[in-house]
Write a protein that binds this ligand. Structure first.
Ligand code: ATP
Ligand code: MG
Length: 678
């Protein structure tokens, strides 16, 4: 492979480093991901068995992109057996081959945040705790954080009480909730999202011979966006790359944005300490952005203390200045963005798909979503409420889950709520308690529910009817041999989903439309994945639903998304909206910084803005509002983000800072051609 055609000298050096630990540390747009991609292709081209290569990414989109590029270079046949995917999907693959060893069995599914919070709510109820003092969502966050740091329930007090965020007693109770939560997951034959990584590590430490198998297999371990690995993910990569330490990672400490998910940029800053033999390669030429974009974003990030020095340069000229705009309010801001987009498309050769609108949280895209349709701008909201989060689909998935995994107590519980009249949560938890104490399944308790305290004749009759009709029906279907899309349809009819659920929820026509989409989706999945099962289908969707994903999309539309979802991506034109105090930096981070619980919270916000700005190739717009409506409906004043004051004005265009007057067509007086796309 003639590397010199595709890569600069430093990148080639990275690609040629095959033995021992290698860290490629460089700023945004310097070709790290590209180096990783070509390294993989070259390994295979040089005769390495693809099965010996493991590449880990953070999003499915990144994995798909990379795979597509390697296929382009080598063809589909030659990459067979290669493992390339997100941490979660790779770990799931390992776990699926070892289910019994992690105390799970066939049919084991993954709970998402909503599921987990529901379970914790029930536990809090069952423990008779005050749900104001013990909020399920907060407990969930702490438990997930503990999981990412590989802290077991019994160590929660020791690890967290001293952070003095709560009393010793609080964490004692929390540790009991955590313990019970783990028991429920085990009992339900389920994992939560973070279990995928935690359980893989447990598997490896309990069965060293299994670890050795994977170590022997993966002679080359590679990681993209290494700055975002958390402790558990770090463990996975370092375990798998032992004993040779053949680990190749690329990353940028300036882009660490997942501290709130337990990521620790120390991992990248201390790579040299962990691997004393490590070769460190720096890339300096930037291929993505104009000089103005690079300079302005570098100037911003230089305000962070926790930084490795980096140099960046580009052959590109200065390009357009960074446009900064102040709008009267978010509505005007959205209208301004829409007008600029139409300018770019109508007069400067851009297509809608060249453009991205980035915001701190999806909430800020609210007005954009109102204004774009009126301005005839096609757009796609990435990471909004997904199809699979729609209520009717979630309900139906519950039935499907039970079809695949009879032990799914949570799915069962939800069916109760729909199907069994008059059985409230208290009774339900009695039934659960009974099942647990007698070590039988809930479905078995229902064969004779009068055994349970507090169940009268009438309720018992309801429950028996429910068991016969729904549970036994599902059990019968489970045993039948037929293609799973047909099974799903039969189930739909068996439980009379349309009458029992859809009609109850209201908005019938729309819900029916979505349920039909869903059935179609099942059907297509089966068609395009011969030999797949309903279990595969559910797992894939759970895995994809757990992260912000960019769906496959070739339509010509503007992409609207959070700065987090934009990582690793690039667009000719980027708008960053609502660059305001309390938004960017986010209020939560400011509070954490003020309370001292996270002194680096503001630095992480600054890195996030750096990520957002460095997505732009040619033109970058930033904007903020002067006033917006607060919670009580009253207008309140908004301050521009502190970060804006850190940017060098000489590379910016402030002429539209005041668009209180009606704004004219986008122009750049010095040299209008500079705005044109090529
Ligand atoms: P980020 O930190 O944002 O993920 P990155 O360092 O991974 O950025 P890439 O996405 O790999 O950067 O590269 C940025 C752009 O520059 C891509 O469009 C890539 O194809 C292009 N590029 C990288 N290296 C070269 C090169 N040697 N020659 C031409 N184009 C290059
Ligand atoms: Mg990259």
């Amino acid at each position: 492979m003639d590397l010199a055609r595709f890569l600069n000298t430093e990148q080639q050096k990275a690609v040629r480093a095959l033995e021992g630990p290698v860290l490629v540390l460089a700023g945004a747009g310097s070709g790290k991901t590209r180096a990783l991609t070509y390294r993989t292709a070259r390994l295979i081209d040089n005769g390495v068995d693809p099965a010996n290569i493991l590449t880990l990414t953070f999003t499915n989109k990144a994995a798909d992109d990379m795979k597509g590029k390697i296929v382009k270079l080598l063809g589909k046949e030659r990459i067979k057996g290669m493992w390339l995917g997100t941490f979660h999907s790779i770990c799931l693959r390992i776990l699926r081959d070892n289910l019994a060893r992690v105390n799970r069995s066939e049919g084991c599914l993954i709970y998402d945040t909503t599921d987990s919070v529901d379970i914790i709510e029930d536990i809090i109820l069952e423990f008779g705790l005050d749900d104001l003092e013990y909020e399920a969502k907060i407990a969930y966050n702490i438990i997930q954080k503990a999981k990412m740091e590989l802290i077991a329930p019994e160590f929660l007090i020791k690890e967290y009480a001293r952070e003095n965020k709560g009393s010793q007693h609080y964490y004692q109770v929390l540790s009991r909730i955590y313990q019970e939560y783990e028991r429920v997951l085990l009992n339900n034959n389920s994992f939560d999202f973070n279990d995928l990584i935690k359980k893989t590590i447990e598997l490896f430490s309990k069965y060293p011979e299994i670890l050795r198998e994977y170590q022997n297999r993966f002679k080359y371990v590679q990681v993209d966006e290494y700055q975002d690995v958390n402790h558990a993910q770090y463990q996975i990569t370092s375990l798998l790359s032992e004993p040779e330490g053949n680990i190749f990672v690329v990353g940028d400490d300036w882009q660490g944005i997942y501290g709130f998910r337990g990521a620790d940029i120390k991992n990248i800053l201390e790579f040299e300490k962990d691997y004393p033999r490590a070769e460190i390669i720096k890339l300096e030429q930037n291929y993505r952005s104009t000089n103005n974009i690079i300079s302005v974003s570098n100037q911003l990030i230089s305000n962070n203390k926790q930084n490795k020095e980096k140099t960046a340069w580009t052959k590109e000229g200065d390009g357009a200045p960074i446009f900064l705009t102040r709008a009267k309010n978010p509505q005007v801001e959205a209208a301004y963005v829409a007008r600029r987009i139409n300018d770019l498309v109508n007069h400067y050769n851009y297509s809608y798909k060249d453009i991205a609108v980035l915001c701190r949280t999806n909430f800020q895209s609210h007005y954009i979503q109102q204004v774009f349709p009126r301005s005839h701008i096609p757009y796609q909201l990435i990471g909004g409420v997904s199809f699979f989060d729609r209520q009717e689909i979630r309900y139906f998935i519950n039935y499907l889950r039970l079809l695949v995994n009879p032990e799914d107590g949570l799915a069962l519980k939800r069916l109760f709520r729909i199907e069994a009249d008059g059985v409230g949560d208290v009774l339900l938890s009695e039934i659960n308690r009974y099942a647990r104490e007698h070590k039988i399944q809930v479905a078995d308790v229902l064969a004779d529910p009068t055994r349970v305290k507090g169940i009268g004749e009438k309720k018992a009759a309801n429950l028996i009817e429910f068991k016969l009709r729904v549970l036994d029906g599902i059990r019968g279907l489970r045993k039948m041999k037929m293609p799973f899309p047909r099974k799903a349809l039969q189930l739909y009819e068996l439980i009379d989903f349309e009458n029992n659920v859809i009609n109850e929820l209201g908005n019938t026509a729309e819900r029916l439309k979505y349920i039909n989409f869903f059935m179609e989706d099942i059907h297509n999945y089966h068609k395009y994945n011969p030999g797949s099962t309903l279990y595969d289908y559910l797992l894939i969707n759970e895995l994809l639903g757990g992260q912000d994903e960019l769906e496959e999309d070739n339509t010509d539309s503007v992409k609207v998304m959070t700065a987090h979802s934009a990582k690793g991506l690039e667009f000719p034109v980027v708008f960053i909206i609502a660059v305001e105090e309390d938004v960017f930096p986010h209020q939560k981070s400011l509070e954490e910084a003020a309370a001292g619980s996270n002194p680096y919270a503001v630095e992480e916000e600054r890195r996030l803005l750096y990520v957002a700005m460095t997505r732009a190739e040619k033109i970058l717009f930033m904007s903020f509002s002067q006033r917006k409506s607060g919670n009580n409906g009253e207008e309140k004043e908004v301050k521009p983000s502190r970060f804006l004051y850190e940017l060098p004005v000489e590379r910016m265009d402030l002429s539209s800072v005041d668009i209180l007057r009606k704004s004219r067509r986008l122009q750049f007086k010095k040299d209008p051609t500079i705005l044109k796309k090529n």
